[in-house]
Design a protein around this ligand. Structure first.
Ligand SMILES: NC(=O)c1ccc[n+]([C@@H]2O[C@H](COP(=O)([O-])OP(=O)(O)OC[C@H]3O[C@@H](n4cnc5c(N)ncnc54)[C@H](O)[C@@H]3O)[C@@H](O)[C@H]2O)c1
Length: 235
């Protein structure tokens, strides 16, 4: 049976594809304060601004491509059972070919109802623009399928379950600042081998049980290939 690798990714893995993280720009996301654009209160106060913000993020996501790190995690599937648990709302893991991706914070290419009933019904968005006139079946405007700060994270349970029997955990491109996602690193078993990739790894809240690679996601690929014996294996 193939060994299981769980990848916990964050905004940093998509940085080299051209999507900026927010910790690296002083807590701002593309020059917006999080409270202005990524909370239920923001939607209640100024839904047009929130819609516009995510329309621009979606447009940007559609203009960029997966990088060598996204592709590496797809390649690993030839030799390992790989589950990607991502905090990212972009779809670059899927576009690189990863077949098992859990989006903790949603997927910007999809929409859902902004009504009070939070059903798990998601609609693919044609193109990059969602308008306030695009209504859901229940009559409420469609909003981006993203989990805002202050909202619950329905995929947490599935993520915890998948981590519990992982043989390896690779944490990549996340500041481990956003909860509950950051707490996931504590759900692996004692025998799980843990790696963390981040240029600022020394500043991250992990202990010495992790093998640290102080590199960018793309720069870490040769080392990860060596670690997992990918160069010497054939699919
Ligand atoms: N691409 C996206 O979908 C995107 C982008 C920005 C923010 N977000 C959202 O904001 C939240 C941010 O939390 P987070 O922890 O994911 O990101 P974060 O912005 O808090 O932290 C990013 C981390 O990535 C590291 N990093 C920067 N460049 C890197 C590179 N080239 N290779 C590897 N690591 C690199 C940084 O040192 C930092 O530790 C997430 O929940 C996410 O939903 C998503």
């Amino acid at each position: 049976m193939k060994k299981k690798i769980v990848v916990l990714s964050g905004a940093g893995i998509s940085a080299e594809s051209g999507i900026s993280t927010f910790r690296d720009s002083n807590g701002l996301w593309e020059n917006y304060r999080i409270e202005e654009v990524a909370t239920p209160e923001a939607w209640n106060t100024n839904p047009e601004l929130v819609q516009r913000f995510y329309n621009l993020r979606r447009k940007q996501v559609m203009e960029v491509f997966p990088n060598a790190a996204h592709v590496f995690f797809r390649e690993l599937e030839s030799h390992y059972n790989v589950v990607v648990v991502t905090q990212n709302i972009d779809d670059l893991h899927e576009r690189a070919g990863s077949s098992n991706v859990i989006h903790l914070h949603g997927n910007i290419r999809y929409a859902k109802s902004s009504g009070p009933k939070q059903e798990a019904k998601y609609y693919p968005i044609e193109g990059w623009e969602l308008s306030m006139n695009d209504l859901c079946d229940d009559g409420y405007p469609l909003r981006p399928h993203v989990v805002w700060f202050g909202e619950s994270v329905p995929e947490m349970e599935r993520a915890v379950e998948t981590l519990s029997d992982a043989d390896y955990l690779i944490v990549i491109g996340t500041s481990l600042n956003v909860y509950p996602a950051a707490g996931l690193i504590h759900y692996v078993s004692n025998s799980c081998e843990k790696l963390i990739v981040d240029p600022k790894v020394s500043e991250l809240p992990v202990d010495s049980s992790f093998t640290s690679l102080a590199k960018s996601a793309v720069e870490s690929v040769p080392e990860l290939k060596k670690f997992f014996g990918i160069d010497s294996l054939r699919s």
